[in-house]
Design a binder for this molecule. Structure first.
Ligand SMILES: [Cu+2]
Length: 115
């Protein structure tokens, strides 16, 4: 009887936890001259996240090798979605990867990867 109860409890916990664990974080980042909004995003290590980049003004780009985004994503008015799974914690700075004008050099996205 006790074994049944424990098994039931474990099954219940698994059922409740599974959807939470499977849920994928999604963050939309907007790009305009000369800023990413939000300017800081926070991801969880070893957890897959969907990043959606949308251009609001101009053409921009981004690459974030620290979280496995090695190729330059061009950001235009059409949303671009990428999936990443950060492998290490830390604070990383990504820069606009497509020259977009006078403020290009200051166009940064801070990426925090936490436990
Ligand atoms: Cu730029």
């Amino acid at each position: 009887m006790k074994t049944t109860s424990i098994a039931f409890t474990l099954a219940l916990v698994a059922a409740l936890a599974a959807p939470v664990m499977a849920r994928e974080q999604q963050i939309t980042v907007y790009a305009k001259n000369f800023a990413f909004t939000p300017g800081t995003i926070t991801l969880k290590v070893h957890q897959r996240a969907k990043l959606v980049f949308v251009g609001k003004q101009g053409t921009h780009g981004i690459t974030i090798p620290d979280i496995g985004l090695n190729n330059i994503i061009t950001i235009g008015s059409k949303p671009t979605t990428v999936k990443v799974t950060p492998q290490r914690t830390g604070s990383f700075i990504a820069r606009c990867a497509v020259y977009c004008g006078i403020g290009h050099g200051t166009m940064l996205l801070k990426v925090n990867v936490i436990k």
